[in-house]
Ligand binder design. Structure first.
Ligand SMILES: [Zn+2]
Length: 327
């Protein structure tokens, strides 16, 4: 699969979410997840939101240089960024003159807690991610998932049992902090605490939970620890009989995911569009042509073709370049 997508526009190239090689005349960084952010330093101008700039700089431990955080015009093309609701600062890119191109990486149409949502707009060309582009990935309403999770935590608290909630360090963990803020005490893994501090700096109203110090807290359950699946805490937690839960859209495959993640429960709380949202997005954009990237791009493009759209998966292309030099 291609590392990134490059758009050849009249007289310049824009690289969309490159991670390895800096390319193009401009780089667009949609958000601060590792699979979308450039690991190398480069003087090439970078278009991203201010929040993404702060988060990428903190995660890479060096400041992003030469960034542009606002709308700009190049060669009669207007480039603007719109919210995608995925994580703090996540943006889609809209490029337009007489024609309009919309590029979204990870996005959702659902508004959640302190996050906005992606509002699809009519365009001529759409390039969109299809992480959950398969019919079985339809998420229950968020309120239902949250209620289930809160009931489950309450059950554990009544038994005096500590609870470990797992989600990705950036994005999911901050939502978990907000959703479950009425439970006490809540402790955080240090990497999550670092990201929470940036979210707060950007105006997100997250409570300042204490960092988890294992010796002190292991003695006085119940408590909640919010951590990431990569932190290795889950293993330690089983020793103190903590109950563990993981939050991800992949939890739609519930049984296999409980087994794979070695947790007690999984909840399908996702930061992505589900299958229905993906279809709704394409129907609203109603483009002449759709390029589908990531995830089930092949399956989703085939579904779109059945609906009458001209859709092409990008992972089967030899070159990551899409030629819009004539628009
Ligand atoms: Zn992401």
């Amino acid at each position: 699969m291609n590392d990134n997508i490059i758009l050849q526009l009249p007289k310049f190239k824009i690289a969309l979410d490159p991670t390895k090689e800096p390319q193009g005349n401009i780089i667009f960084i949609s958000h601060s997840h590792a699979d979308h952010m450039l690991r190398k330093k480069t003087p090439i101008p970078k278009l991203c939101s201010l929040e993404t700039e702060k988060l990428v700089s903190a995660r890479r431990n060096h400041s992003l240089i030469n960034t542009i955080n606002e709308e700009l015009s190049i060669n009669n093309l207007n480039l603007r960024m719109v919210d995608t609701g995925h994580v703090l600062g996540s943006r889609a890119l809209v490029i337009e003159n007489d024609k309009k191109i919309v590029f979204t990486s990870d996005f959702t149409l659902r508004e959640r807690e302190f996050l906005g949502k992606f509002i699809p707009e009519k365009c001529d060309y759409a390039i969109l991610e299809a992480t959950f582009g398969k019919e079985k990935y339809i998420f229950p309403p968020s309120e239902e998932i949250v209620k289930d999770a809160k009931d489950w935590i309450e059950e554990q608290f009544k038994k005096g049992c500590p609870v470990v909630l797992m989600g990705y360090t950036l994005g999911k963990a901050q939502l978990l902090c907000k959703i479950f803020e009425d439970f006490a005490p809540i402790y955080l893994d240090k990497n999550i605490k670092k990201i929470n501090d940036i979210y707060r700096e950007c105006g997100v109203p997250l409570l300042d939970f204490e960092r988890f110090g294992q010796n002190k807290q292991l003695k006085i359950p119940p408590w909640i620890l919010i951590t990431s699946p990569q932190s290795g805490r889950a293993k330690l937690m089983r020793k103190v009989n903590a109950k563990t839960a993981f939050f991800s859209g992949w939890a739609i495959d519930e049984e296999s995911y409980v087994h794979r993640m070695k947790v007690d429960r999984v909840f399908p709380l996702s930061d992505h569009a589900d299958f229905n949202e993906l279809v709704e997005t394409v129907e609203t954009c109603n483009p002449e042509k759709v390029f589908v990237s990531h995830g089930y791009d092949h399956e989703f493009a085939a579904h779109l073709r059945k609906l009458g759209f001209d859709a092409e998966p990008l992972s089967f292309r030899e070159s990551p370049l899409i030629d819009f030099s004539e628009i």
